[in-house]
Design a binder for this molecule. Structure first.
Ligand SMILES: [Zn+2]
Length: 228
C-alpha cells in the first residue's frame, strides 16, 4: 500500500515537471469506442469528431514519424486490449479516412468474447493502416514478475502475434502502464525486445525520453481538451 502511494506521488511530480516542457507530439490511448459511460470509453460520435478535428488541424502519423519530426502537431492513435467495439465503431472510419493506428493486443484477450477476433485483425491489417503491437501476453502488473519470467512472456507475445498475423511486432504497451505498474528494470527488459515501449503517463512525447512513449487516455471528458 505504502509502495503504491509512493509511486503515485512520484509519477505526479514527474508529470508536473515534464508538463512544463514543450510538446513534441502526442500519443492518444483509446480503449472502447461505444456508448458506455466509463473512463475507458469514448462514444462513436466523439471519436469521429475528434479525428475529423485532428485531420483538419493536426497530422495523424506513426510513431517513427512522431519521434523523427518532433512536431507538436503530430498525433499517434492507439487502442489497448483490444475491444470488439473498436472493430465495429472505429475501424470503418479509420479505414475510410486512411488513418494509421496501433492495435495493442493482449494475447490472452484475443478471440475472447467482447475482444477482437483473429479474422477481424487480419481484415484490419489488410484493408486499413492498422499496425499490430503487443500489450503483454497476460494483462498483469509487470512489477511483480521476475525479470526472466517477464522477458519470456514478452517474447512469447511477440512471437505468437508474428506467427499468427505474419507481421513484425515492433511496439509494446505495458498493461496499466504507470510508474507503479512497471519498474525501471521492467522498462529496460521490454526495450531489449521491442523498438518502442508505451506507457500511460498522461504527457506529450519528449525526445529526452527516447523510445519510452507516454500516452494520453482519451474518453468523453479528455477528448474535449484536445478539440481546442
Ligand atoms: Zn490494457
Amino acid at each position: 500500500m505504502f509502495k503504491r502511494l509512493y509511486y503515485i506521488l512520484l509519477q505526479r511530480i514527474y508529470v508536473f515537471r515534464q508538463k512544463q516542457k514543450p510538446c513534441q507530439g502526442k500519443v492518444f490511448m483509446f480503449h472502447e469506442v461505444n456508448e458506455k459511460d466509463d473512463l475507458y470509453a469514448i462514444s462513436t460520435e466523439h471519436f469521429k469528431e475528434l479525428l475529423e478535428n485532428l485531420m483538419q488541424k493536426k497530422k495523424i502519423v506513426d510513431i517513427e514519424t512522431l519521434i523523427e519530426e518532433k512536431d507538436p502537431d503530430n498525433v499517434v492513435i492507439s487502442f489497448d486490449d483490444v475491444y470488439e467495439s473498436v472493430y465495429l465503431n472505429a475501424y470503418p472510419f479509420l479505414k475510410e479516412k486512411g488513418i494509421p493506428y496501433y492495435l495493442f493486443v493482449c494475447n490472452e484477450y484475443l478471440d475472447q468474447e467482447n475482444y477482437l477476433k483473429t479474422d477481424m485483425i487480419k481484415e484490419m491489417l489488410k484493408d486499413s493502416k492498422a499496425i499490430l503491437a503487443s500489450h503483454h501476453y497476460r494483462h498483469v502488473l509487470s512489477r511483480f514478475m521476475k525479470d526472466d519470467e517477464l522477458k519470456e512472456e514478452l517474447k512469447r507475445s511477440k512471437e505468437e502475434l508474428e506467427d499468427r498475423f505474419d507481421v513484425e511486432i515492433k511496439d509494446f504497451a505495458f498493461p496499466f502502464g504507470s510508474m507503479y505498474a512497471c519498474s525501471r528494470e521492467n522498462i529496460e527488459a521490454a526495450s531489449g525486445i521491442f523498438d518502442h515501449v508505451f506507457m500511460t503517463y498522461a504527457l506529450p512525447y519528449r525526445e529526452e525520453n527516447g523510445n519510452i512513449i507516454p500516452r494520453i487516455n482519451m474518453n468523453n471528458e479528455t477528448y474535449r481538451k484536445e478539440m481546442r
